[in-house]
Design a protein around this ligand. Structure first.
Ligand SMILES: NC(=O)c1ccc[n+]([C@@H]2O[C@H](COP(=O)([O-])OP(=O)(O)OC[C@H]3O[C@@H](n4cnc5c(N)ncnc54)[C@H](O)[C@@H]3O)[C@@H](O)[C@H]2O)c1
Length: 286
């Protein structure tokens, strides 16, 4: 198979769809790997490193997409990549189609076979290609949320851990899966008071055991979510219904009931978001 790896073009995306180790494994299995020039630059993988591993360096995205049987990427294609779609092409990447009907229609119209990383399940039924991203995003959500709680960024001016004589911040995490668990680890590590809300009571039992009572578990319903969001400095959204748009758990009215300067980080935004008022933004225009 000819496998093409174009340079990512989404705003501020610095990752690349393959490492030199991946190129070597595919080459050894008899495939030909085409990597767009400078594709790995922002991830500190040079063209030379890819070439030494067996890749052929190709000068343009047009040629990578055009010559490949399968394109391997990180993010869903953006508009300027739609013109590369053609019948028979296999596209292996995070697709997150639930909130992207235009992209979905384009893929269907061109009969592209899209394999979305985030929907691939292993034998245990878990999502092995989503999990590492959820671990990163969950941990970062607290780090980013803490920064936006600073006065300078328009926040309440609250320190997650408080100080002696001043209580710690309240963090409410909606969804107790991979994102939620990793967010809880960092929030607890920074000294916050943490509440996790999930629909699955067995998951809440596990979390209660894992964290040995250091966080509060709450069953997900609109009454509990409204109370928790109203009292929280930082709300993190991390619910998932695999392959579907995220349910809107936090309504516009609940957001209006939150404290001035409190912060929301909706990690589920790739599936449309679980906070009614959330919309995708970019690093250029956060
Ligand atoms: N933005 C990013 O960079 C990024 C990265 C990774 C994951 N994500 C997204 O984060 C979200 C969570 O991913 P995950 O890997 O933690 O999923 P997960 O399946 O591990 O966890 C989701 C949790 O949500 C719970 N849930 C479902 N409906 C609920 C409801 N009504 N109320 C409360 N909880 C509910 C489930 O019981 C489950 O425990 C997904 O939308 C995923 O796509 C985003």
């Amino acid at each position: 198979m000819i496998i093409g790896v174009p340079k990512e073009v989404k705003d501020h995306e610095s990752r690349v769809g393959i490492t030199p180790a991946g190129v070597k494994a595919l080459s050894e299995a008899g495939h030909k790997v085409l990597v767009e020039t400078h594709a790995g630059e922002l991830s500190a993988f040079t063209d030379d490193a890819f070439q030494s591993a067996g890749a052929e360096i190709v000068g343009s995205a047009h040629n990578v997409w055009g010559m490949a049987d399968m394109v391997v990427k990180v993010k869903e294609p953006v508009e300027k990549e739609y013109g590369f779609f053609r019948e028979g092409l296999v596209l292996f990447t995070y697709l997150h189609l639930a909130p992207l009907p235009v992209l979905t229609d384009k893929l269907l119209a061109k009969k592209v076979t899209g394999i979305a990383y985030e929907t691939i399940r292993d034998k245990q039924g878990t999502l092995p290609l989503l999990t590492p991203m959820s671990e990163v995003a969950g941990r970062m959500s607290v780090q980013v949320g803490a920064a936006y709680l600073e006065k300078e960024k328009g926040g309440r001016g609250v320190l997650l851990g408080g100080v002696p004589g001043v209580p710690p911040a309240k963090v409410c995490i909606i969804g107790g899966g991979i994102v939620g668990t990793n967010a809880a680890k960092v929030a607890l590590g920074m000294g916050a008071r943490v509440k996790i809300i999930d629909l699955n009571l067995n998951r809440l039992r596990e979390l209660d055991d894992i964290f040995n009572g250091r966080l509060i578990t709450v069953a997900s319903n609109s009454y509990n979510v409204a109370r928790a969001t109203a009292e929280s400095d930082l709300v993190i959204g991390g619910v998932l219904i695999p392959g579907a748009a995220a349910p809107k758990i936090v309504t516009r009215a609940m957001v209006a009931g939150m404290m001035k300067g409190s912060v929301i980080v909706d990690v589920a935004i790739d599936q449309g978001g679980c906070i009614e008022t959330a919309k995708p933004t970019t690093h250029s225009d956060p």
